[in-house]
Write a protein that binds this ligand. Structure first.
Ligand code: ADP
Ligand code: MG
Length: 332
């Protein structure tokens, strides 16, 4: 199978929203009048972001999910994406599964594949996603990292820590019961981009970021970009599917019992959660609850933004905790 057959078979579909899709030198996109384009790229490299033997269907899902998560964090509505792919070989079973996972998530978000590039080489997947955000009276409605203000509440969606738990178990660092690993592994391999929540938070949240490198590291970006600090109730942030599984069954049934400190490390420093971390004024609490409900996404209040720079972590009793939870950095 040649390069062009491969593209035609696995990646070319009739254009729907785009004015022109796969097949020419450029794709053509017609953004809705009165909107700005929101654009983001994410690259997934074998050995770095995924294991060589990962299920190609989940890999297709995750490659797009991490990009949609960036749109979600900006409150942008997904529109289209391009796919640059380096493949070691034209393995048809692999391609069918990969494109199946990728295009299923694309369809679920009405985000169409409009072009890309295909080359031989070590497996590498780079997606650029395009979304749109309205402009009202000359003012972009995009959610940015820079909008947090003293007095705002700090929130996180869903659960954090499970993806890291799955990664640690897959790396053989420790063992957990099969059902705990299954739940955590789904969070690692098929994350849910919080697109509906991001859209519902436009005009409500003052700042937002998606949690990709770790909760505290990503919170640090909001604090720095906004020129503020925060106090966070660390133990309110610890809530994961796995914690739930551990605590709702008799603890003696499991061979691994995590200490609070281990849960903190997973939840605060573990990456790959793709939840939204955001701030909103206290007067918007009802609006945040309505956004969570409308998007069917659980949201928890975990802290407050303050004028003093830096992050102050508190335990469940309100005592200060040392902040030694480093988040992921490719070059650290
Ligand atoms: P060019 O050489 O002009 O860059 P290519 O021959 O690389 O074009 O690609 C032919 C067409 O197929 C283009 O429209 C390109 O956007 C599209 N394409 C190439 N690879 C992919 C891919 N992996 N997914 C989707 N579209 C692709
Ligand atoms: Mg080319």
């Amino acid at each position: 199978m040649g390069e062009f057959d491969l593209i035609a078979r696995y990646f070319k579909r009739p254009a729907r929203r785009a004015a022109l899709g796969v097949g020419d030198d450029c794709a053509l996109l017609a953004p809705t009048p009165g909107t700005q384009l929101a654009i983001s790229s994410d690259m997934l490299v074998q050995g770095r972001h995924f294991f060589a033997d990962v299920d190609p269907r989940t890999l297709g899902h995750k490659a797009l999910a991490v990009n949609l998560s960036d749109l979600a964090a900006c409150g942008a509505k997904p529109l289209a994406f391009t796919l640059a792919l380096a493949l070691p070989s034209a393995d048809e079973a692999w391609l069918a599964a990969f494109s199946g996972g990728l295009l299923a998530l694309a369809d679920a978000h009405e985000c169409e594949l409009i072009g890309g590039d295909t080359t031989g080489g070590p497996l590498n997947i780079c997606i650029t996603v395009f979304g749109e955000v309205p402009v009202h009276h000359g003012q972009s409605q995009a959610l940015l990292r820079s909008g947090a203000r003293p007095g705002d509440d700090l929130y996180v969606s869903g659960t954090v820590g499970d993806a890291r738990l799955a990664l640690d178990v897959l790396l053989g660092k420790y063992a957990v019961p099969a059902e705990v690993l299954a739940a955590a592994r789904a969070r690692l391999e098929t994350p849910t981009p919080r697109v509906a929540l991001g859209l519902a938070l436009r005009g409500v949240a003052t700042s937002a970021i998606d949690v990709s490198d770790g909760l505290l590291g990503d919170l640090g970006h909001i604090l720095e970009c906004s020129g503020v600090g925060a106090t966070m109730q660390a133990d309110d942030a610890i809530k994961s599917i796995a914690t739930h599984a551990f605590t709702t069954r008799a603890s003696g049934q499991f061979d691994v019992k995590f200490s609070t400190e281990q849960w903190r490390a997973l939840a605060l420093a573990g990456g790959d959660d793709y939840e939204l971390l955001f701030t909103a004024p206290t007067q918007q609490r009802a609006a945040v609850a309505a956004a969570a409900q409308a998007s069917q996404t659980p949201v928890r209040r975990i802290g407050q933004i303050e004028p003093e720079p830096g992050l102050r972590l508190l335990d469940a009793q309100g005592r200060p905790l040392p902040n030694h939870y480093a988040s992921f950095d490719h070059f650290a």
